[in-house]
Design a binder for this molecule. Sequence first.
Ligand code: ADP
Ligand code: MG
Length: 366
Amino acid sequence: MRRLAAYVLLLALLLSGCGVQMSPDEAQESIQVIAMDTAMLITTYGERSPAAAYACEDTIRDLEAKLSRTDPDSEVSRLNASAGEPVEVGEDLGVLLELARYYHGSTGGAFNIAIAPVVSAWGFTGDSFRVPSQAELDGLLELAQDGPGYNGSLSHGGADRYSLAPGQAIDLGGIAKGYAADKIVKVLQEHDVPRANINLGGNVLAYGGRPDGTPWRVGIQDPARVGEQNAFAGVLALTDSFAVTSGGYQRYFEQGGKTYHHIIDPATGYPADSGLTSVTVVAGLGEGDGSGFPGTMCDAYSTALFIMGEEQALAFWRDETQWGEEGCPFDLVLVTEDGRVVVTKGLADRFTLDESSGYTLEVASQ
Ligand code: ADP
Ligand code: MG
């Protein structure tokens, strides 16, 4: 009888999920999504993980349909084709236009969504790569010079009308994935997901920690070894954080022995050539610039700081992080052309250099 009781107890324990495998908390769903020109990997945990993962996918697809420059039916395409006429935009695009306007100002013009005609001239919009003439670039840069000169202001929670100057166009490729990551946080919260790892191609959302309670490990691709799998400059240990990387290695073409990549310096019209090979911006879920969109901020700043170069990027970090009372708004990992990895002090004990990468590690302080 005692034996039977023991078996019953054992069975009950197993069914109630005492073993690691059977804990309802350990359920997991991983889906791959190809969207926004990117291979994405969404991994959610918890009882509602399948529904949560597919809801994340829906969010990404919905944003892509609104924000794509290559889909003629998207809101962005309608705005780009509006030739100066005001166009009604939905809430997502409205928020992004306002955020983009803010980042244009805060980065001294380095982040500029009105650079779109220049991005297209290089062929990055339709994969028909070419090196434009200086005269062509000069003409297009004039259109982009003052940033997105749209008018109209966003009314609370509603649709609004925006117009671009005639000839202008916008490209949200530098912030769309960051914004998607911000929206995904809400989806995960709504589904009571305890943890998730969302990789939107260079845009990582480390939500919660790993099932064993340790932080997520986020590898920083070594820009010098792009062809190799798992060739990292180093690894970040992150919990409840965004880590967004911009690098010239992510999209480029070669012509006449030279490499041209997709991040355009609005000062020259040419791919940025600042001595950095990648910039990663890291912020906590509730941190950032106070706008409530820390993922979008990381994305905009990774693009802009890559253009600025090491010295200006660190000066920008020092300026922007001074006022942060509830913690540092963001931190940086900079990989330089001359073989260094510079991390800002908030990441000093969260970053581990990959010894085989050959880089030397420096820590930047305030
Ligand atoms: P990725 O999209 O590869 O993750 P980024 O976030 O750095 O990398 O964004 C690069 C994209 O941003 C380009 O493909 C282009 O669409 C757009 N872009 C290029 N230069 C700029 C710029 N100076 N400001 C804003 N957006 C830019
Ligand atoms: Mg970006």
